[in-house]
Write a protein that binds this ligand. Structure first.
Ligand SMILES: Cc1ncc(COP(=O)(O)O)c(C=O)c1O
Length: 459
């Protein structure tokens, strides 16, 4: 065995060797590790968990002292094969299996290269050394940050904008909310299946949502004030909107005088081909562009950016002046340093490499049992299969401590069913363990059966 499904929290009050010992102990108690099983070497496990070797050695030593593990000279560390010594009272496991937090294989958690932590700390040190603006800052956001974002959008998304055309937001949802305030009245089209937060935000704004089939060309948007789409990587079907469909969508939006709302959440994470330029680069008058720091920096930073069509910029700015809507200054200031230092570029490059390596592993495990929706891109993949098989696999994963998504939970009126599997927020060992559980569950039902046909596209 080269790796173990462990997760250490550097910020927890419990020291990391003790966390490691507790989790290995619970793997033994829960039957994942059996008597005589060989544990990974301290060097291999330390590399996998991105901790020092001493953390693993101390954790192992603790378990050897308790009688759970034994070392065999020259052969390695093993689960004790002879009568396991009872653990000391303080660490004796309860009769119930030790509860581990669910490992989330979700679409929203990115992989952030742990080797870049020093750059992250440097950015926040810099924030602490600068005085904040004395009053409310420019409602569009920190001017220097908008310069850095304009540079990045031009470089990575083919979107040439002036810094003054960018509004810094508190993430995609916030950007969408701001936009909905200044769009003319009327319903909003939202992809189906699609991003749940977008549909919820439209409903919260008191607007009617019109379900737009996500896997089909959009040729008419008549009657809509706007239409929300994820053309670079349809969430969650993964489809990339072909060039001809992009032109048709823009023509339909012009004919209906509607605004296309482009959510460009994970477009940088293509590893087969170069990212497709933003839809907004084709028509700045018609497309409102939403970007996020959630994938390349951290979802918890709550930062994003919005490029509005020129006609909406004035009303949006006036509204923000009155409401003081704006992104938090320290977060903006930190992002500025992370962009200027090249930190974001490095994290994106490293994450792309990690996803490029993990996505085919997920594909190798799932493809005998299900059909891949869309190309392999980003930090999740979606697998089409009948609902009963998807639910059985999801339940088996849950019982083993892993959470994967049901495609049906992203669908409103569409009949798409299957599994949505994220691979950004897990370790390699956790991913392998989750895939083993899923394939075992899917194998019970035999090889892939055709998915029920999705409903006919809307005209
Ligand atoms: C489709 C989509 N858009 C945007 C986001 C990011 O949203 P926010 O910037 O509000 O964190 C996500 C996060 O998972 C997403 O899946």
């Amino acid at each position: 065995m080269s790796t173990l499904p462990l997760r250490l929290d550097r910020t927890a009050a419990v020291p990391m060797p003790a966390q490691l010992a507790t989790q290995v102990r619970s793997l033994i108690v829960g039957g994942t590790l059996l008597r005589g099983d060989r544990l990974p070497s301290s060097r291999a496990l330390a590399a996998d968990l991105v901790v020092s070797r001493a953390v693993v050695e101390q954790g192992y030593e603790q378990l050897v002292a308790e009688g759970w593990l034994e070392t065999r000279r020259g052969a390695g560390t093993f689960v004790a094969s002879g009568g396991l010594a009872p653990p000391p009272a303080a660490t004796r496991p309860s009769r119930r299996p030790v509860e581990r937090p669910l490992v989330l294989l979700d679409t929203g958690t990115p992989w952030i290269d742990p080797r870049q932590r020093a750059g992250w700390r440097r950015a926040w040190r810099e924030v602490s050394a600068v005085a904040p603006p004395p009053g409310y800052d420019d409602p569009r956001g920190l001017p220097e940050l908008r310069v850095a974002l304009a540079d990045r959008l031009g470089r990575t998304r083919g979107l040439v904008v002036e810094p003054d055309e960018i509004v810094v937001t508190a993430g995609t949802g916030d950007g969408l909310r701001q936009l909905l305030r200044v769009l003319p009245p009327g319903p909003i089209g939202v992809e189906d299946p699609g991003y749940r937060a977008a549909a919820a935000t439209v409903a919260d704004a008191g607007r009617a949502t019109v379900d737009v089939p996500a896997a089909a060309p959009i040729t008419s948007v008549r009657g809509l004030a706007g239409i929300y789409v994820t053309p670079a990587h349809q969430h969650p079907l993964g489809r990339v909107m072909p060039a001809a469909e992009r032109l048709d969508l823009l023509a339909a939006a012009r004919a209906a005088d509607a605004i296309v709302i482009e959510d460009d959440y994970d477009s940088e994470f293509r590893y087969d081909v170069a990212p497709v330029p933003a839809l907004a680069s084709l028509d700045r008058e018609r497309v409102a562009y939403l970007g996020t720091a959630a994938k390349a920096v951290a979802p918890a930073l709550r930062l994003g950016w919005l490029v509005v069509p020129p006609a909406l910029a004035g009303p949006l700015q006036e509204h923000r002046l009155v409401t003081h809507d704006g992104a938090s200054w320290p977060a903006q200031r930190a992002l500025l340093t992370l962009l200027r230092d090249g930190w974001v570029d490095k994290v994106v490059r490293a994450a792309r490499r990690t996803y490029a390596e993990r996505a085919p592993r997920v594909a190798a495990a799932l493809s005998p049992y299900a059909e891949l929706a869309g190309p392999l891109a980003g930090m999740y993949s979606t697998w089409l299969m009948p609902e009963d098989r998807a639910v059985a696999a999801r339940d088996a994963a849950l019982a083993a401590g892993f959470q994967v998504g049901l495609l049906s939970s992203y669908a409103r009126s569409s009949g798409h069913t299957g599994l949505v599997i994220g691979f950004g927020g897990v370790s390699d060992a956790e991913l392998d363990a989750a895939l083993a559980v899923l394939t075992r569950a899917l194998a019970v039902g035999g090889p892939a059966r055709p998915d029920p046909a999705p409903p006919a596209p809307r005209d």
